[in-house]
Write a protein that binds this ligand. Structure first.
Ligand code: FAD
Length: 381
């Protein structure tokens, strides 16, 4: 088997890269996924939040491509991604956080984001009287932020790519990568595959794929847990993602209930995907503290789940050619769904043209770690 481009990993990132390559005219694309179905990695575990409210220009630019892409997903791909522009509302309880939001908002507007605005504490209390608002000084709100269905978007990308020439091998594990002339020879559970170019889109497992190619990739798995509630109607279902900046607790409507999230600072790196039952009490305490009616929430621990973030030291992805012909699309640090469209575009540009106009790709290359050019993103949820 041979292919111009082999993409290792059939999650939302690999699928978006496949779509963008095929849409740009490169049809000889093979996606290799070790599971029997797509979405069993982080994509199927995601909260589906999409936002442009970031602090670094490159993350804002990635969102400025991705969110309009999701807004027009169905027109472009003939498949829904269930984009719901209900917004993200950051609530600040300290002057430091408020001025941080203001600085970010100025950057976001300067880069072309239209619908982000600062919002007063009174306005937040007026919009959501169910919040305990005594300590909320103000916040920022962007109405085009919101949610998507990550599984549906992933399937939409892959289906379009497959309908236009790409191949997807499921139930196939990549176990070795060797140089082969100008390209590579991959060892897989279906036999050898020769590829001119290889893309690592293996999510939380990306470091092991990079190692096969002799590359040291600083991407670590970090467990994140989510708790869905039973149906609950004492808080509006039109609500945005609401973030309590005092402790990082955030939540959004999901189906007839809510989806609760909080990143436990005590979590340590590792391939842990079991849900820890003691997390429920920790998160419900924070939930009821910010939203007193959440005292009445019912939660079924069996419906809660855990998944893996793919963390990099500077919380930015690693994109681009690490060694000639071997490309990375890894380390999204909690933002791989919202940045999947831009990642697909950047990777397809870099693979096919050697450059991209969407971002300054050098900012996100692997060499930044060795060369001391890391960029810090503090707006990580
Ligand atoms: C609880 C939780 C909440 C999140 N919330 C959000 C959110 O609100 N917004 C957001 O943007 N992001 C969120 N994320 C992050 C987001 O889900 C990820 O960044 C994104 O899904 C990464 O996509 P991916 O395609 O790179 O990885 P994955 O979906 O993990 O796909 C990688 C694939 O590679 C395959 N693979 C690995 N090794 C091999 C091999 N050797 N051979 C073949 N295949 C292999 C795996 O089976 C897997 O399917 C969240 C993540 C979690 C866990």
């Amino acid at each position: 088997m041979t292919a111009d481009v082999v993409i290792i990993g059939g999650g939302i990132v690999g699928s978006s890269i496949a779509y963008h390559l095929v849409a740009a005219g490169c049809e000889d694309v093979l996606v290799i996924e070790r599971e029997t179905a797509q979405g069993k990695g982080s994509t199927g575990k995601s909260m589906g939040g999409v936002r442009a409210q970031f602090s670094t220009p490159v993350n804002i630019q990635m969102s400025l491509y991705s969110i309009p892409f999701y807004a027009s997903f169905e027109e472009r791909l003939g498949h829904p991604c269930d984009y719901r522009p209900q917004g993200y509302l950051f609530c600040a309880t300290s002057d430091k956080h408020l001025s941080y939001l203001r600085t970010n908002q100025e950057k976001q507007i300067a880069l072309g984001l239209k619908n982000v605005r600062m919002i007063s504490g009174d306005e937040i209390r007026g919009m959501f009287p169910q919040l305990r608002g005594d300590d909320i000084l103000g916040g920022s709100f962007c109405s085009t932020d919101g949610f998507v269905d990550p599984y549906s978007a992933m399937i939409g990308f892959m289906t379009w790519a497959a309908d236009h020439g790409a191949k997807l091998w499921k139930n196939t594990t990549v176990s070795g990568i060797a140089k082969n002339g100008n390209g590579f020879e991959l060892e897989t559970s279906r036999g050898k595959v020769a590829a001119a170019k290889v893309v690592n889109a293996a999510g939380a497992w990306a470091a092991s794929i990079a190692k096969m190619a002799g590359i040291d990739l600083p991407v670590e798995p970090l467990r994140r847990m989510l708790v869905p509630t039973e149906p609950f109607d004492q808080f509006p279902h039109t609500a945005p993602m609401i973030i309590d900046m005092s402790n990082g607790f955030h939540f959004r409507p999901e189906s007839r209930g809510f989806l609760l999230a909080w990143n436990d600072p005590e979590e340590t790196p590792g391939y842990k995907t079991d849900f820890e039952p003691s997390f429920i009490e920790k998160i419900l305490t924070r939930a009821a503290d910010r939203v007193p009616v959440f005292e009445n929430l019912a939660v079924n621990p069996k419906r809660a789940w855990a998944g893996l973030y793919e963390m990099t030291p500077d919380h930015h992805p690693i994109l681009g050619e690490a060694v000639p012909g071997f490309f990375c699309a890894n380390g999204f640090s909690g933002h791989g769904v919202m940045h999947a469209p831009a990642t697909g575009k950047v990777l397809s540009d870099l693979i096919l043209r050697g450059k991209t106009d969407l971002i300054d790709a050098k900012l996100l290359d692997l060499a930044r770690f060795a060369e001391g050019r890391t960029i810090h993103e503090s707006a990580v949820l």
